[in-house]
Design a protein around this ligand. Structure first.
Ligand SMILES: NC(=O)c1ccc[n+]([C@@H]2O[C@H](COP(=O)([O-])OP(=O)(O)OC[C@H]3O[C@@H](n4cnc5c(N)ncnc54)[C@H](OP(=O)(O)O)[C@@H]3O)[C@@H](O)[C@H]2O)c1
Length: 338
C-alpha cells in the first residue's frame, strides 16, 4: 500500500505530516490490553504504509515509550538518517498550578527521554482550568524551551477560541489546536476555524470516527448498552451522540453516510474522515490505533481516494439540521473537559 501525494500536508515550513495521524490514546489501557512487542511491530506496518505521523501524550500509558522503542528499532532497520521520516506529536497535560521554569523544563525533559529525541516535533499543551491563569506563564516557559531547541513547535489542545485569542495577544505563537471535530460535533466551525484561518493556525481533529461508532459496525444496530461500549472512546462519543440528538437520529446519519459511501465505493469511516479533512483550517484527522488488536490501515488509506460532492454535503446537512447545537449544549471546543 502506498498513499497518494494528497495524503501529505505541509504542517509547518519544516514538517510534513500524513493527514491521517495515528492516535495513541488507544494504547493507554482504557481500550483493551496492548502487547508491547505486537504494538511496535504494528507501528512499522503503519509507517511503511505511509501513516508516518503519531499523536500521543505524556499520560497515554506507555505511548511515549513506544515511540522511543520504535525509533530505536527503526534506526536499526533503516538507518539513523531515516528517523526524520517519523513525526511524533506529544502533549503535556499538567495539573493546574503555578509553574516554574524548572517544573516545565523537567516535564519536557521526561518526554524527550521517553521518546528518545533531542527535540520534540510538536508539544501540545492542555490546561484544565482557565481561572488559573498560570497557563500563560507556563506557555511562556515552553516558548523559551522552543527557542532553546528542545521543542520544534508549540501547540495547544482543547483550548477554546477565547483563550486562543488571549494566548495570541500575549505574543505566544502556537501552530495548531487539537480539538474534537466530526460530522456530529462541528463546534469548531462556530468560532475556532475563523480564528485559526486569521492567525495562520491549523486544527488537528480527534473523535472524527466517534471511537468506531461512525462505521458499518453500528449501522442498523439497536442502541448499545453501557456494558457493550468496551473502550473509553466508545463511551466518550456515545455521550456526545446522546447530547447531539440521540441514537435514532444517529442511525439516520449512518444510513445517509452509507449511501454516500456506496456511491463512492468506500466505507462510512472514509466519508467521515473526508468530511472533516476537507474543512477549512484542518491539517489532519487523528484516528485511534489499537496497535496489535485491530487494524483498519487498508480501509483508512481509501479516505485519500474519495471526495464529497455538493449533493453528498446536502444530504448530510439535511440530517444535521435535525440535531441539537452542541455549541449551545456544551460550549466552545474543550468545554466538555471543564
Ligand atoms: N486531545 C484530546 O483531548 C484527545 C481526546 C481524545 C482523543 N485524542 C486523540 O485522538 C485519537 C483518536 O481517539 P478517539 O477517541 O477520537 O477515537 P477514534 O479515532 O474516533 O476511534 C478509534 C477507533 O475507531 C475504529 N476505527 C478506526 N478506523 C476505522 C475504520 N476505517 N472503520 C471502522 N472503524 C474504524 C477502531 O475501533 P476498533 O479498534 O474497535 O476496531 C479504532 O479503535 C487518540 O488516540 C488521541 O491521539 C485526543
Amino acid at each position: 500500500m502506498t498513499l497518494p501525494a494528497s495524503s501529505r500536508f505541509q504542517f509547518t515550513s519544516d514538517l510534513g505530516i500524513c493527514r491521517i495521524l495515528n492516535g495513541m490514546w488507544q494504547v493507554s489501557g482504557a481500550h483493551g490490553a496492548i502487547d508491547p512487542t505486537r504494538a511496535i511491530e504494528a507501528m512499522f506496518a503503519y509507517h511503511d504504509a505511509g501513516f508516518t505521523t503519531w499523536d500521543l501524550a505524556d499520560h497515554y500509558g506507555p505511548a511515549e515509550d513506544f515511540i522511543g522503542t520504535f525509533r530505536r528499532q527503526f534506526a536499526g532497520r533503516y538507518g539513523e538518517a531515516c528517523l526524520a521520516e517519523i513525526q511524533a506529536f506529544t502533549k503535556w497535560v499538567p495539573r493546574p498550578a503555578r509553574m516554574t521554569r524548572r517544573t516545565v523544563e523537567e516535564a519536557v525533559g521526561v518526554s524527550l527521554a521517553r521518546m528518545g529525541v533531542q527535540c520534540l516535533d510538536l508539544l501540545q499543551f492542555h490546561w484544565w482550568d482557565y481561572a488559573n491563569e498560570s497557563y500563560l506563564d507556563t506557555l511562556s516557559h515552553l516558548a523559551d524551551l522552543r527557542e532553546e531547541g528542545k521543542i520544534r513547535h508549540l501547540a495547544l489542545t482543547n483550548f477554546d477560541t477565547e483563550r486562543l485569542r488571549v494566548i495570541t495577544d500575549h505574543g505566544i505563537r502556537t501552530v495548531s489546536n487539537q480539538v474534537q471535530y466530526s460530522v456530529v460535533d462541528r463546534r469548531p466551525e462556530a468560532r475556532m476555524v475563523g480564528f485559526c484561518r486569521d492567525h495562520g493556525m491549523t486544527l488537528l481533529a480527534y473523535g472524527t470516527l466517534l471511537g468506531g461508532l461512525l462505521s458499518e459496525k453500528y449501522l442498523g444496530r439497536s442502541e448499545p448498552r453501557r456494558s457493550e461500549l468496551t473502550t473509553a472512546s466508545l463511551q466518550k462519543y456515545k455521550n456526545m451522540i446522546d447530547a447531539w440528538g440521540g441514537w435514532a437520529l444517529f442511525q439516520e446519519l449512518l444510513a445517509v453516510l452509507k449511501e454516500i459511501a456506496g456511491k463512492h465505493r468506500v466505507s462510512i469511516a472514509n466519508i467521515g474522515v473526508r468530511y472533516i479533512v476537507d474543512r477549512p483550517a484542518v491539517a489532519g484527522v487523528i484516528i485511534g490505533a489499537r496497535l496489535g488488536i485491530s487494524d483498519h490501515l487498508a480501509d483508512n488509506a481509501r479516505a485519500f481516494g474519495c471526495g464529497l460532492d455538493a449533493s453528498d454535503n446536502a444530504a448530510i446537512e439535511a440530517v444535521l439540521a435535525k440535531s441539537r447545537d452542541l455549541m449551545q449544549v456544551i460550549g466552545d471546543c474543550g468545554a466538555e473537559y471543564r
